[in-house]
Every structure is written in structure tokens, then in C-alpha cells.
Design a protein around this ligand. Sequence first.
Ligand code: GLN
Length: 534
Amino acid sequence: MTSSRGLTRLSAHRMGAGLRAGEFSARELLDAHLSLIEAQDGALHAWVSLDFERAREAADRADTTLVAARGVSAAPRDGSTPTLDALPRLLGIPVALKDLVVTRGRPSTAGSRILESFISPYDAHIAERLDAAGAIVPGKTNMDEFAMGSSTEHSAWGPTGNPWALDRVPGGSSGGSAAAVAAYHVPLAIGTDTGGSIRQPAALTGTVGLKPTYGRVSRFGIIAFASSLDQIGPFGRDVRDTAILLGTIAGRDERDSTSAPVAVPDYAGELPSSDDEAAASLRGVRLGLPRQYFVKGMEPGVEARVREAVAALADAGAEIVDVDLPHTDYGLATYYIVAPAEASANLARYDGIRFGRSVRGADVLGNYLATRGGGFGAEVKRRIMLGTYALSAGYYDAYYLKAQKVRTLLKRDFDEAFAQVDALVAPTSPTVAFPLGARLDDPVAMYLSDACTLPVNMAGLPGLSIPCGLSEGLPVGLQLIGRAWDEARLFRLGRAYEAITADAKWRTLEPTDLRALDDPATPGPMERVAIMGR
Ligand code: GLN
């Protein structure tokens, strides 16, 4: 009999097996997670809204389905009830949603005061998919406002702590999702990645995160930041779990014309089941190591862990090839033209009339200024100004058009690299988790957090971040970048890396500050910032 805490430590695929075998019920599994959330979220602040009642109803429905399936598996088939094997892999598994995935009848704020009172009349495509699969959503997770940021400190609802060090950030913008998975509040979570917002928080919290190919997952019902860059993707604690979640949400949806009619492989089903088989799959694989990704300002401990991981992959039979991505340096500058430009257009809809917050001024313009002036935080305003400037008459050609041309060059760099290699291996973040407040007064320092992840979004490619050890006691992420639609290969490589490092001591360590989370005297991140004098 597994204890309630013990249940939360299982992988999602092991939870699925336990549910099918009747070792525990979906309700027990959910309650184990809810009691952790209840006890710890005051100190962690990974969640911005919770709906225990709806989650419990969904868990009870999952249990009914499981009981019925167990019945048919024992008795002769009547064909109308699915057997245990035919049930969706996520049935009864808790999954967190970033607070920009809209869900019918529930709050979806995107971390912004301007959406404080917004209740969506419909579900996002991926919320429908998860519902149909029987996944259980306990609530929504904290994020930088409109996904603009790398630390989750730009949330209107206050920052989130990192379970490895509560006085540090979990990364961002999907920091709530990453922290919730790292702290065992859920085995799986959804994030979005416009310039690194899944991979960077995954790296900083020691979790696995995948940014899929642009067009792999429907953006229908995802509150938009920069539409040509945004992608939705999974967080998990291991590669297989992450693959299961992508398999559930991926695929064409008529309501998002950029979602591609490309076949979705059985990502998790195709992964090797044994460590030996997974490790053997590395033989002969050609991995490119892009010189330009070991950027100035990278912490030596991070570089050391990444180079050790590359050496381990080489020892296991992968061929490592040095490659050049010569335009990498322009990634940051062009991203900060394209993303704010698109954001300024997307955010024009928050006018005080159509969505959420509405503040009365003297006249129509007064309403608009009061609603937006008080509804948006500083970073969002900064982006709107940058974007509006870059798109204005006379500047469009000099900035936006030029940035789009450089974007093509960035993409070409990757095309040329992929003519020589099967995938690229690089750091995810130049540093480990930084202290709360450390980059808040310096937007450019914050922007540099994503130097190694932004180019992948500019080129529309998939990128996976997996943990590869610790530096100064904090997690380091290894980034695997693939050709468009090649997520399956990234999962195979990630799984192989897990196999060859299965005995590493760091794999057995839980986040350092989990114990502090259980102490009711531990202050929340907001109070912690106050104590730290920021
Ligand atoms: N940190 C980057 C930004 O602030 C990327 C954010 C994201 O991927 N959503 O724009």
C-alpha cells in the first residue's frame, strides 16, 4: 500500500498502471495531490486558482470508467465498454494548466489584472482534449503577465518560489507549472513557450519540458502573446510522461489554421521500455554542438554540466559534431522586435469593452486609458510601446521587416546544421535559478535568460529540456533541438540520456526546499521578497 505522499512521487505512467491494476483509485490519487497543494501552496504560490470540487467530480467519473473497464476485462466482451488497455493513458491523472489556457466557467487571467474578472464561455482545444482523455485539472498555475518574462515575477498575483530554493525564481513565464511539477503537486502540467517559457523553467526546476514544432498543437483558446512564436507544450518529471502529455494534446484542429495536418506519432508508445535498449539507441546518432550557445555570461557550473552530458552521450556511442549557427547572436534583438510587435497587436483587444476589467473614465478614450493604465503591469506596457513603435509608419521597414529577414537567416542556420546532424545539443539556460528580484530592475538582464532558447522559436523548431545534474545545488537543463516535426527523436534522445545517467546520484535527490514547504511558518514568495528588501 503506497502512502498518500508516496502516490505523488510516482511518474504519471506508473500512476496510470496503478489505477488500472486497482492499487488505488483516481479519487485517492487526486486527494493525495490536493492535500500537498493545500499544505504547501501558501509558501510556494504555484497556483492562481483551484477548483477542488470539479476535480473531485472528474476523479469520481474516472473511477467509474475504471471500474466498468475492469468488469469487461474480466467478463466476456460486449464491445461497448472499453477494456483497461483501451483507456486513455491520462485517465485519472492530475494535470495543471497555465493560466492562459481558457476553461469554460473558470477564471483564466494570464497573470494579468486586466483579466481578473474574465470568465471564458468556452474551453481551449487542449482543455477539451484533456477532458476527453479523463485527465483531472485541479487548477491554473501562475505565470508572467501575458507570458512576458523569464521568472514569473511579472505576475499580477505575485511571484512563485523555486522548490529547490524558495528565495529563487522557478524561471518563466510558465514558472507556476514548472514549480507545481517539481514540488509533486501534479505529475504533469501545460505551459507555453514563445521564446523559452517552457524550456527555461524546466531547466531551473529540474523538470522535463518540451516546446513542440510551431503548428503541432492548436492554439485555439490560448490567450495570445506573439502569434507566430507561441506554442503550447508539456512539463513532466520524466521524458515518457512528457511524451504522453504531448501525444494527448497534439494534432490538427480546424479552429486554428496554423495547426498542421501532420500525423502525430505514438510518442510514448514508441519509446524503448528498457534502459539498455534506450541507451543502445544512441549508437551512431549524430549530435551537433553549436559553438555559439556557450554564450558570454554562462555560469561555469552550467557549462561544465552540459559538457559532461555531451561527453556521456559520446561515450554511449553518439557522434558529436561541432556546428556553427552563425546568426545566433541576432536572435535576441530580432525576437525583441517580432514578439513585442505581435504582442502590441494581440493586446489591443483589451479595451475595457470586450473582456474582463472595465474602468470608467470621462469619455470613451478615458475608459480605454483607465482600463489599460491600471490593468497592465510595467513589463506589458514596455512591450506594447516597443511593439507599437516597431510597427509604426516609417519604422516598419527598418525594424519589423528587417527582423523578419534575420529570422529567415536564423532558420537557414538550423537547416544547414540539420544537413549534417540528427539533432542539436546545447544548454537551455546560461545560469541556474537566480534570486527573486535579481533581474527585476534590469529588463535586458531578464531578456538574456532566453539567449539559448529564443532562436528555436524564431525557426519554429521543437526543443526539449531535460535535467542534467546540479550546479551549486541547483538544477541545470540540457537542451535538445530537432528538425521540424521531429519531437519523437527528441523524446528518444532524452529517454536515452535518462538511461545512461540512471545511476547518477543527482537523480535520487528531491528539491532541497520541499521540507520548508511543509512548515506552516515558511513565508510565501511575496513576504519573502519583502523580507529580502526588494
Ligand atoms: N522570456 C521571453 C519573453 O519575455 C520568452 C517568454 C515566453 O516564452 N513566453 O518574451
